[in-house]
Every structure is written in structure tokens, then in C-alpha cells.
Design a protein around this ligand. Structure first.
Ligand code: WTA
Length: 634
């Protein structure tokens, strides 16, 4: 097991060592895992190409570390504790032994269907244990998983299948969330009509048992393929730097890119950060409410916890069904010790009133996490007082799909806390703040662009099929630094406070989205000539989506037009990207070189039109007044 830090002094010592001798530090962590063959060299890197290799020539299989390694010591301990959507339904559990057997069966079924090492397998599934099992089965045979959040549209799914030329897609028949029954397989069927010819297998897990069309010759039932398989499957030997998974995420421009993580470094870092941030102790019940469709679910529902021999809860439902007490009811029922969620959920539940919290016994909670977006002070205080009863520390964890694991955040009760501050970097992480001219801001009480100076084991290796895009996006802004896209402040105590994105990425309910992506979707509507999308402060979601639209001709029924636009966005991306506000404008403020002045649009959308700066150099200054006068602000 990786080392667990047990005091602030120990943290300081570990941090110092990780900076003084990173290779020795990480080698020591890596030693605690099972390797088929040890590495020749700990690290080989440059940030200019970039080319980062951890545990060079090491051979391993991550599932041997998630599963086989635990069989002797904790085979009968619960690995996955599944809480279904229906609060009256029984929990479903998989012990480490059962999970191992199930993963092997699915791995064998995949092999029997021609899936081989290196093949890409897309998952489009709700939060059921079979999703975690399927993902691990891929890793077992060396196939690369690409999980697509099941809230994305058929178009978005097809784009991701095509980008990675996936050989198989694994889905459910339906998905139950709250009172809704969502036809998942139907979305896959639509995606299969969109030039997704690389798909040779559609494996359908029967979740609700509703009607589905299985007429496509590629479609097979999960249970028919899996049930008769052997419960043993020899794990494929993987190189440290073989691909483990692809996960698509949004950036400033273009379509979402496939962030690539590899086996060795990702394993070492997710386990190390999990154990230390959440201070997980033997026998604890750990619950992360994220979806496995996002990086948080990959690293801190599946890999980090299972590598650490934890009991990890998977929740199928939503926080507000049957009522806003659902999270707390589950915490009481399962005696959850570590609880990890997003600020947007905290704010939504806080708004429903304390009566949903007060009736539950939350005394089992030892550590509470926050992730995905900045947590505002009011939400932080409520979380700390009402849920943690001022006893459980909050770890505000800053990280990204690209970083693979938590970069800045507290280590359970061992770190000082400050509301809305992520705090100190984890051992091995060397953040720095830069000004726009490329100078490092030294010392404390400074604000700038957040970068990282030195590789950590779970840094992204490339963006799938387009290495130049990876270099351009993350390694070209500042020489020899990884650029995060976030702005941050280092306060007088050296604690980091994340301010938010400095690029055209917005964060809506903790979901990351590119404004260009939403604009491209909106522009699909035949009446739209041009559009500009910005984020604005939203009480619950953190940021809402505000769209400015130029139409080809005046629209008679604006309400109907708005609905159509929302539908287009739902079809192109999914409901999470639908604009909250749509303003029809006659023009967009542009510079003389034709660039949209988003700064002005962001200010108007936030309801602050007081100081828009100098607009006289705009191509069309007159449009600013029109936009201001018709702004959709409360
Ligand atoms: C934001 C989610 C403030 C940030 C794990 C980052 C945060 C983006 C925090 C990555 C936090 C994440 N405080 N902001 N604790 N955690 N962010 O890739 O802007 O979905 O760049 O990864 O979320 O989002 P992603």
C-alpha cells in the first residue's frame, strides 16, 4: 500500500523530498505495487514535444493491482457497494473475490468477441456496477476504454466513437435516474447511423428489461456473452506507458479532445492521492457521487479506491430523488466515512433547506471532498457546519481530466483549511503562477496563470490521434511548463485559491464545456447566422450559459425559436449544454480584425454594464448599447 501521511509535518517532509528527489520519491510509492517487471528508469521527460515516460519499461496490469493483489488479504471485503436509484431496493455488493470473477468473465467475453489489446472500446452506460466491471475488463485484456457520459447526445457519442475508431460500444438498454427512464440503447442506435463503421460489436446490458431493438447483426446481449465464461482470465502484460484509457474533454476551440492516460503512472498517482487526500483507513466506506463518465469517476470511484483496497460506493440515482435528503439518507444508511461531491450539488441541496439534512445521522463522515469547480464561501460554510458538523474537514480538490489525479487539496484533517481555497499542492506537484508575459510570480500574495513545472505520474501523455494539439494546448503557452487554463491566487500563507478558467471554457454544474462547442451546435439551426456563447454567474450551477444570436431575419415567435435552439443543442451535445439565456442581437461587438470581444459579452451577461472599457475601437460600437439595453438579466 502506498504511504499515508499522518500529520502536517509529515506532509511538509514528503513534499520537500518529492521536490528534492522526485524519482526516488515516486519509485518508493511505485514499489508498493505488483509489477511483472520493474522499471529500468523512473522518469524520462521533456515538456517541449511533450514526451513524458514514467517507470520506463516497467510491465504490469493495473487490474492485478486493483483485484488479484487483494484476494488473499481482503477477498471477502466489499469492493463495490451499489446503491440503486430506487431507495427501497436492496444494495448490491461485489466483494473483491466476486468483482475479480466478474471482471474476468467480461474480459473473456470481450476476447471471445474479437476484442484485443490496443482496441478501443466505448462505454455508454449509466452508473451501474457493470460499467465499472466493463472498464476493468478492458484494462484486464489491454483494451483501451473510452467512457462517454450517458447524458451526451447520439451525435456527441458518434463523434467520440469515430475519433478513436472504437471497435465496440457497450451500453445498457435503459437508464433510470430519479423518476425518469431513459432509452440508452436507442441513442446508441442513432449514433450507429452516423458513419461509425469501426464498430463491430454492440454489447447491451439488460438494466431495466425494457424493449430494445436487437436487429443489428452487431448487437449482442451482455448476459448471453458473459454468463457462461470462466471466472479466470490471465491479465495482459502491459508496458507502463501503454494506453489505459481515453477520456474526452472540452477545450477553448474545436471538438472535444481525447485525453490519453497510460497504465503505470496513472496507477501510482491515483492510489497515492486517494489514500492521502481522503485519509482512507481499512474498512472505511468511501462515496464519490460523480459519474464514471467523468475523470472524477475514473480516478476516484474506480481506480484510486480499488487500488487501495477500499469499499467504493456507486450511486445510480440523483441527489433530489425522491427528495433533497437522498444523499444524506444514503450516508446514514451506508455509514459513509468519506464523502466526495461537487459544489453545484451542495448549493442545490442547501437551497432546499436544512430539514432534509437534520433528520439523518451523519456522524460517520470523517472527510468531505469538493471537486469540479470553485466552491463559494457560503456553500463551503454550509457543507462544513450542516454536513460535517464542524468536525469533518473539507478537502477542496483542484485537478483536471488532463492531470489524472488531485493536484492541489487538503490531506484529510492534516492540512489547514480556508473556505474557497484548495490549499497546498500534493507531494510531487510543483505549481507556479505566471503573468501574461511569461514571468513567474514569485512569493506569496500573487495572482496569475496556473502552471506546473515538473511532471507527475498521471499527467496526460497526448490527445488521441493529434499530438500537436496536445502540445499546442498545454505546453506552448509557457516554455517548459504545463499550462492548466486556470487562473489562481497564492495567498499570504501560500495557499492556492482557484479563480476559474482564463480561456473559453465554462464550467456549468461542474461540467466542463467549450463555448465554441456550444456555438457550433447553435449554428446548426438554419436561422442562425452567427452566435457567441459566454458563461455568467449562476447561483446553483456556478456558471450558466448565455447565448447571443444573430438571426437571418427577424423571428416572429421568439419563444418557439428559443425552444428550437435548445433542441438543436440537446441533439448536438446533450441537455447539459443547453443555454439558460438566449438574446437575439443585430450584431456582435467585434474588433477591427473581426474578433468577437467576449469580455464585453461576459460583462453584460453578468449584469454588470458599468465599465465596459473603451468600445470606440470596435468595428461596430453601436451594437454595444443595443446589447446592453436588451440584456436578459434579473
Ligand atoms: C475546475 C474535474 C476550482 C478548473 C476534476 C479545472 C476547479 C476544471 C476545482 C477541470 C476546484 C476543478 N476548485 N475549480 N476544486 N476542481 N476545477 O477536466 O477550472 O472536468 O480546470 O476535471 O474544473 O475540469 P475537469
Amino acid at each position: 500500500m502506498t504511504h499515508q501521511i499522518k500529520s502536517l509535518d509529515e506532509y511538509k517532509a514528503a513534499y520537500q523530498r518529492s521536490v528534492d528527489d522526485p524519482e526516488a520519491f515516486w519509485a518508493e510509492q511505485a514499489e508498493t505495487f505488483h509489477w511483472r517487471k520493474k522499471w529500468d528508469k523512473v522518469l524520462d521527460w521533456n515538456f517541449s514535444e511533450p514526451n513524458v515516460n514514467w517507470f520506463v519499461n516497467g510491465k504490469l496490469n493495473i487490474t492485478e493491482n486493483c483485484l488479484d493483489r487483494h484476494l488473499e488479504t481482503r477477498g471477502d471485503q466489499v469492493a463495490i457497494l451499489f446503491e440503486p436509484n430506487d431507495p427501497d431496493a436492496d444494495n448490491i455488493t461485489y466483494t473483491y473475490k466476486e468483482l475479480h470473477a466478474e471482471v474476468c468473465k467480461v474480459a473473456n467475453a470481450m476476447k471471445a468477441n474479437g476484442i484485443e489489446k490496443g482496441d478501443r472500446v466505448c462505454f455508454y452506460m449509466p452508473m451501474v456496477p457493470e460499467l465499472a466491471i466493463g472498464v476493468l475488463a478492458c484494462a484486464r485484456i489491454g483494451a483501451v476504454h473510452s467512457v462517454v457520459f450517458a447524458g451526451f447526445s447520439a451525435q456527441a457519442l458518434a463523434d467520440r466513437i469515430k475519433d478513436a475508431s472504437c471497435k465496440a460500444v457497450i451500453c445498457s438498454d435503459y437508464n433510470v435516474r430519479g423518476a425518469k427512464n431513459i432509452p440508452v440503447k436507442k441513442v446508441v442506435d442513432e449514433a450507429l447511423k452516423m458513419d461509425t463503421d469501426s464498430i463491430e460489436l454492440v454489447l447491451v446490458h439488460k438494466n431495466t428489461g425494457g424493449d430494445v431493438d436487437m436487429s443489428d447483426s452487431r448487437a449482442k446481449w451482455w448476459h448471453e456473452e458473459v454468463d457462461g465464461q470462466s471466472t479466470e482470465c490471465e491479465a495482459e502484460e502491459m508496458d507502463s506507458e501503454d494506453m489505459l484509457f481515453i477520456l474526452y474533454t472540452s477545450g477553448s476551440t474545436g471538438k472535444p479532445k481525447g485525453v490519453v492516460h497510460t497504465c503505470g503512472g496513472y496507477m501510482v498517482y491515483t492510489a497515492y492521492s486517494f489514500k492521502n487526500v481522503f485519509q482512507y483507513e481499512e474498512g472505511d466506506i468511501y462515496w464519490c457521487t460523480a459519474d464514471i463518465g467523468w475523470i472524477t469517476g475514473h480516478s476516484y470511484i474506480v481506480y484510486g479506491p480499488l487500488l487501495s483496497g477500499a469499499t467504493t460506493v456507486m450511486f445510480e440515482g440523483v441527489p433530489t430523488y425522491p427528495d433533497a435528503g437522498r444523499f444524506w439518507q444514503v450516508c446514514e444508511k451506508l455509514k459513509v466515512n468519506q464523502f466526495y461531491t461537487a459544489p453545484t450539488a451542495i448549493r442545490a441541496l442547501m437551497a432546499q433547506g436544512d430539514q432534509y439534512v437534520d433528520k439523518y445521522d451523519l456522524s460517520s463522515i470523517k472527510v468531505m471532498g469538493s471537486v469540479g469547480e470553485p466552491i463559494n464561501e457560503e456553500a463551503w460554510e454550509w457543507y462544513y457546519e450542516k454536513i460535517g458538523k464542524k468536525k469533518a474537514p473539507i478537502v477542496d480538490t483542484w485537478w483536471q481530466t488532463e492531470t489524472g489525479g488531485i493536484m492541489i487539496g487538503g490531506l484529510g484533517e492534516h492540512s489547514p483549511m480556508k473556505p474557497a481555497h484548495a490549499g497546498y499542492p500534493l507531494p510531487g506537484i510543483q505549481p507556479c503562477l505566471m503573468d501574461a508575459d511569461g514571468n513567474e510570480l514569485e512569493g506569496n500574495d500573487v495572482e496569475g496563470l496556473l502552471c506546473v513545472k515538473y511532471p507527475w505520474p498521471s499527467i496526460l501523455r497526448t490527445t488521441y490521434g493529434d499530438h500537436e494539439r496536445c502540445r499546442q494546448t498545454y505546453f506552448s503557452a509557457f516554455k517548459d511548463l504545463y499550462f492548466t487554463g486556470d487562473g489562481a491566487r497564492r495567498d499570504k500563507d501560500g495557499m492556492y485559491r482557484i479563480i476559474g478558467r482564463v480561456d473559453d471554457v465554462i464550467n456549468v454544474s461542474g461540467h466542463r464545456m467549450g463555448t465554441a462547442e456550444v456555438e457550433n451546435a447553435i449554428n446548426e439551426h438554419e436561422l442562425v447566422v452567427e452566435s457567441a456563447v459566454v458563461g455568467y454567474p449562476h447561483d446553483i450551477k456556478g456558471q450558466g450559459i448565455y447565448a447571443y444570436i444573430i438571426t437571418a431575419h427577424p423571428v416572429d415567435d421568439e419563444e418557439a425559436f428559443r425552444k428550437e435552439l435548445i433542441n438543436v443543442v440537446k441533439e448536438e451535445i446533450g441537455p447539459i449544454a443547453k443555454p439558460d439565456k438566449i438574446q437575439i442581437v443585430s450584431g456582435l461587438p467585434k474588433t477591427r480584425s473581426g474578433k468577437i470581444m467576449r469580455r464585453i459579452l461576459r460583462k453584460v451577461a453578468s449584469g454588470d454594464t458599468s465599465n465596459l472599457g473603451d468600445t470606440s475601437t470596435l468595428l461596430n460600437p453601436g451594437v454595444v448599447d443595443e446589447i446592453k439595453d436588451n440584456a436578459l438579466v434579473k
